[in-house]
Design a protein around this ligand. Structure first.
Ligand SMILES: [Fe+2]
Ligand SMILES: [Fe+2]
Length: 745
């Protein structure tokens, strides 16, 4: 057994990889994207989680935040290198007390100001927790701390019910307080939140951290503890924390404990401390900004509040104003003038005929915004009330001189962060084209994809090729031994009937106990042939349902399945832990699939690589291949059932090997309530929403993509069938995996 061999438990406290390899072209693209305004940077991060340039932008953002806070400050501020969890808790608790005092005065503000404060805070509160979204992944499982944090993650995700998730609880609290916002990934989210640049920058940091979470495990552990313990959003909403501090402290203590056994303890703890200090600083900064904002807004004159309304609506005023003049100039001209001076406009507007009292009551402007007027419904209730009060003041003639203060709340701080982001050049980023690589190197890079973004273009290509290969089974799939990927037009009934057919006719009724049990070496060989796919268990779905993508019922269902695969954070029930345990019972000792040494392992055959490679490739594009992943999910969950697994259990049991991996799948994947049933529900739920939003023509397009995903899985296990198909149909069959398909589970 070499020292590279991996043994349970997985005590990893930080990723062994420390560099990020990007394609050279990503450099300028990322720079261009980071040159945008903060709200546009946030929107870019939310919309694009797949391209190299967005990921490089994310790395540059995290560097800007993390680089400045480490170093020698640690000793000076009282957090000793070996500080225990209780010491850290006291340190964070003191800042919580300080912030609780500050927020308590904010929630006592008059409704208008309180609403402005909550609206301003919303982007940060609504992204919180995202740093755990993809921490659980083939590279990080079955790490003890990753699973501990995954328990918290499952709670924050409402156990897979989007409506119970922290994000939605926060959203409902906001709505209860009169703050209505579009979805967080929506194009106008930051505008509707009236986010100051500083708010957009803070929110961007947390989303950026969520893009390389395993590479920043110590930082994620620190951010997670500090952010939720401070609980600024709960303080503002008067809500109970979903993760009480003692729970958070437990995971902190566990992480500290792991660093003491890791061999890199001092460095890992330094990173943890730096992240905690960063969050304390950021939250102090943001709460201070909220107070400043309340103060600024509270001191606004009526003129200033009207100016704000006009500035917000002017860009949308449009052509209908071309006949409306103020101070002799058409409003279309005034509002589109790049040098538009709102103070001068208000000066003129005050004196214009639009505000003169009419003998019939009101004035031309107020009549215009009333029901029946040409500007009805342009302004909301709050805006209309301000405008009315202002007109009354103008008509009484008792308003002071027009003086419009510019809102610069938080801008000095924001400018410093922006400069740090612009100058951020992390020295762990390497620019290199992807060299020619074999499947062993490719799988290594896919598992460690945070560190090898320059492999993404190849991954996308391989995913698409795999889907295209599978389509041959649209015509020939009925003859499959374990699957039936032949194409059919979608209806919920047709899908349920197909699943029942596959389950009963292919997987269950064909079962007969094995007449002969192969010898010990043959059984071990069989397990070695299929182990690789199991070592990356659930990889296909590990990126589904992250920030901005947890609204559809299908997202929640997929997340719930993934959560089960990881034992919902209980390592004893984690399927990746189980397969390691089985390998150990077979005396098959391997490096971890994330380790460089795994590339040279000789126990699992080359022919078993294409299947996990293809699965990893599709998993990296949860937006591009959402539909395909849903179909693939159905195929792989059904594969946990029936005679294949029964036979494998008979073989393992006969030689006294561990059968827990087989056992758990026969039950958890079951077709009446388990993962197979849930996989059907996911597809039906998704296509139902497609139908209601886009109509039935689009349903059949999406369905074809879903079924391509199913067929792509079938293609890898129906070796016998593929081998007898006419050769012009099976150009890719030589690259296909398994000599003995029955062994592939
Ligand atoms: Fe599983
Ligand atoms: Fe499953």
């Amino acid at each position: 057994m070499s020292h590279h061999t991996f043994e349970l438990p997985d005590l990893t406290a930080s990723s062994p990889l420390t560099t990020f390899e990007f394609s050279p072209a990503a450099k300028d693209e990322a720079a261009a994207r980071l040159a945008a305004e903060p709200d546009a940077i946030f929107q870019m991060l939310m919309q694009d989680q797949e391209s190299e340039s967005a990921l490089l932008a994310a790395r540059r953002i995290t560097h800007a935040f993390l680089a400045g806070v480490g170093g020698s400050a640690a000793a000076a501020d009282g957090l000793a290198e070996d500080a225990a969890a209780d010491t850290i808790a006291a340190y964070v608790g003191a800042v919580r007390g300080e912030l609780a005092a500050a927020t308590s005065s904010l929630i006592q503000l008059e409704p208008d100001l309180r609403e402005a404060v909550l609206r301003q805070r919303a982007p940060v509160g609504l992204v919180s927790g995202c740093w755990l979204d993809t921490l659980s992944q083939p590279a990080s499982q079955p790490s003890v701390i990753v699973n501990h944090l995954f328990q918290h993650h499952v709670a924050l995700k409402g156990e897979g019910n989007p409506q119970r998730s922290l994000h939605h609880l926060r959203r409902r609290a906001l709505e209860g307080a009169g703050v209505y916002l579009p979805e967080i990934s929506a194009e106008d989210f930051m505008r509707k939140a009236q986010a100051r640049p500083l708010t957009a920058i803070h929110a961007s940091f947390y989303v950026a951290l969520s893009r390389q979470p395993f590479s920043f495990l110590p930082e994620v552990a620190g951010v997670h503890y500090a952010f939720h313990t401070l609980g600024v959003d709960d303080l503002l909403a008067g809500a109970q924390p979903l993760l009480p501090e003692p729970m958070l402290r437990e995971s902190l203590a566990e992480f500290l404990d792991l660093t003491r056994r890791s061999g890199h303890g001092p460095a890992e703890r330094k990173r943890l401390h730096a992240a905690i200090r960063l969050v304390l600083g950021l939250e102090r900064e943001h709460v201070a900004m909220l107070a400043e904002l309340a103060c600024w807004r509270g001191g606004l004159s009526l003129d200033a509040r009207v100016a704000e309304i006009i500035a917000q609506h002017a860009p949308f005023a449009g052509r209908m104003h071309r006949d409306v003049r103020v101070a002799g100039r058409p409003l279309t001209e005034t509002f589109t003038d790049p040098g538009f001076d709102v103070a001068a406009f208000i000066q003129d507007f005050r004196k214009s005929g639009h505000l003169k009292p009419l003998r019939t009551g009101g004035c031309r402007f107020l009549n215009a915004i009333k029901f029946g007027g040409p500007m009805f419904a342009i302004f909301d209730e709050r805006e209309a009330a301000i405008l009315k009060a202002w007109v009354a003041g103008v008509q009484r003639g008792n308003l002071p001189e027009v003086a419009i203060p510019v809102n610069r709340v938080g801008d000095a701080r924001a400018a410093r962060w922006r400069a740090a982001i612009t100058q951020s050049e992390p020295d762990d980023v390497i620019f290199a084209e992807l060299p020619l690589i074999d499947d062993r190197e490719l799988l290594y890079r896919l598992v460690n994809i945070e560190n090898f973004p320059n492999t993404r273009a190849l991954a996308r290509k391989r995913a698409i090729e795999g889907f295209a290969d599978g389509e041959i089974l649209f015509t020939h799939g009925a003859a499959g031994q374990y699957t039936d990927a032949s194409y059919f037009d979608y209806s919920p009934e047709a899908l349920r009937a197909r699943v029942a057919h596959i389950y009963w006719d292919k997987l269950v009724n064909t079962y007969q106990p094995l007449k002969e049990i192969p010898d010990r070496e043959q059984v071990i060989l069989g397990q070695r042939k299929m182990a690789l796919g199991n070592l990356i268990e659930a990889a296909w779905s590990h990126r589904i349902g992250n920030i901005g993508r947890f609204d559809r019922p299908s997202d929640g269902l997929m997340f719930a399945i993934y959560a089960d695969e990881m034992g919902r954070g209980d390592v004893q029930k984690n399927h990746i832990k189980l397969i390691h345990q089985v390998m150990s019972s077979l005396s098959v000792h391997l490096p971890h699939v994330r380790d460089a040494a795994f590339r040279e392992q000789e126990l699992l055959p080359d022919s078993s690589y294409p299947f996990p490679v293809h699965q990893m490739c599709m998993a990296l594009f949860p937006d591009s291949f959402y539909s395909e992943i849903l179909g693939y999910n159905l195929a792989i969950e059904m594969n946990g059932l029936g005679f294949v697994r029964m036979h494998e259990m008979e073989r393992l049991r006969a030689h006294g090997f561990d059968i827990s991996y087989e056992e758990v799948h026969l039950s958890i994947d079951n077709v009446s309530t388990g993962h197979s049933k849930q996989s059907v529900d996911v597809i039906i739920s998704y296509l139902d929403s497609v139908e209601r939003n886009h109509g039935s023509a689009v349903v059949q397009d999406e369905w074809r993509r879903i079924w391509r995903g199913y067929a792509a899985f079938a293609y890898f296990i129906e070796h016998q069938l593929i081998s007898i198909l006419p050769t012009e149909d099976t150009s890719a069959s030589e690259s296909m995996g398994f000599e003995d398909a029955e062994l592939m589970i």
